[in-house]
Design a protein around this ligand. Structure first.
Ligand code: ZN
Length: 394
């Protein structure tokens, strides 16, 4: 049985196809867009006219031609709109105002309020966003939406934070709370999912369709991309590898279980190891400086954490068979030292040579993957037309 596809839906799909070609592969001529998309020239001409009128596409000179007129080239206009990204971390909240290519115009961070109470965090977000917007000095700033990254389980369709153990948040309707305050479309997702999205759109994974992004910060999250799409699972909360139990009798995790991977392989685990070994309680930046200066205890701690991270990655490879693992967030910043022992472990323990040859690489976005991810979420939703199906808020 064949289904007839609604004409409007078909047009949206074609428009999105043409725009994505210009966004990610431009500058291109109309003929090239027609060839690459498989759509006819008349359809492309009409779609491009629409995109030119809306300002998303611009003409940028002429291309090469062997005979006849040189074709007009079209490029994406990243300044046709702006989005706000909010990365809610355990210790800090980061903000950025970016263009539609996720290039940061203004950014900043504030310390997480002491009790991470939702109403206080909302106040902080609204104030910081106002400051970001003011700094741009553009009375006609076309704000398209807000993306929010949260370290926890998120129902991304409703924008509800179901459980963020590291913040002590449960069942928080963050999207509607922020929309009420900001009067802009808001999208909320897990920080590892948005990190994976950022890598796919703007980072290390542009050409990859099956990879796992590991956000290794105070906790451990994973954003899994399979067949070019985020793997969400039936309830939208797939990828909680940080809470796979690797020791039934292990230390208590913030999620309530014992012996979860993140108890052994996160930044928190690394810093606790270091404190146990040296008696010094330090933050990650101080730890990293000590490590880079050749501190022997710091080096041993990194080795220890690498082996646990490798166990986690081995589970991921055997379960999902990705083509690459991208290590991001804070531990991504010491990936030069983490990746070699991880690769060695995988080569020794994996089931097949294919698994052993896995490409483990550092995030291209480093510490910014959360905030770029949050912006990427808003950009992605904007171009997917999610805002068109909702009443404009302002
Ligand atoms: Zn846990």
């Amino acid at each position: 049985m064949t289904k007839s596809v609604d004409q409007t839906v078909m047009k949206e799909m074609n428009r999105s196809l043409a725009l994505d070609l210009v966004r990610f592969h431009g500058p291109l001529s109309r003929t090239q867009i027609a060839q690459e998309s498989g759509l006819n020239k008349a359809t492309i001409t009409a779609l491009i006219n629409e995109l030119l009128a809306e300002g998303y596409v611009k003409e940028v000179g002429r291309g090469h031609s062997y005979a006849g007129r040189r074709p007009v080239l079209l490029a994406f206009e990243a300044g046709a709109g702006y989005v706000l990204g909010i990365d809610i971390g355990v210790s800090h909240i980061h903000f950025a105002l970016t263009d539609l290519s996720a290039r940061t115009m203004v950014d900043g961070q504030v310390a997480m309020p002491d009790n991470s109470q939702v109403s206080t965090v909302l106040d902080v977000c609204v104030q910081a966003i106002d400051e970001c917007v003011r700094k741009v000095h553009d009375a006609d700033l076309k704000l398209r939406g807000v993306g929010v990254a949260v370290p926890g389980l998120v129902d991304y369709q409703t924008g509800t934070v179901l459980n963020a153990p590291n913040l002590g948040w449960r069942d928080i309707p963050l999207r509607s709370l922020l929309e009420d305050r900001l009067r802009l479309p808001v999208f909320v997702d897990n920080e590892a999912n948005v990190g994976a999205l950022a890598e796919k759109l703007f980072g290390q994974a542009k050409t990859l369709s099956d990879f796992i992004y590991i956000s290794a910060g105070m906790g451990i999250g994973t954003g899994i991309v399979m067949n070019g799409q985020l793997l969400r699972g039936v309830s939208g909360i797939a990828g909680e590898y940080g809470h796979t139990v690797i020791d039934l009798q292990g230390p208590k995790c913030r999620c309530g279980n014992r012996g979860c991977l993140e108890v052994y392989a996160s930044v928190r685990a690394l810093l606790e190891r270091y404190e146990k070994a040296t008696g010094r309680a330090v933050d990650f930046h101080t730890f990293r400086a000590a490590f880079l200066a050749g501190d022997e205890a710091a080096r041993e701690c990194v080795q220890g954490v690498a082996s646990y991270l490798a166990i986690g990655i081995l589970h991921m490879l055997h379960a999902l068979n990705p083509s690459a693992i991208i290590l991001g967030n804070e531990l991504g910043m010491i990936s030069d030292w983490l990746i070699p022992p991880i690769v060695q472990f995988l080569q020794a323990r994996s089931l097949t040579a294919t698994h052993a040859a896995i490409d483990v690489r550092a995030s291209a976005l480093g510490y910014d993957s959360g905030i770029i991810g949050a912006a990427a979420l808003a950009i992605d939703q904007h171009f997917k037309g999610a805002v068109h199906t909702r009443a404009p808020l302002r």
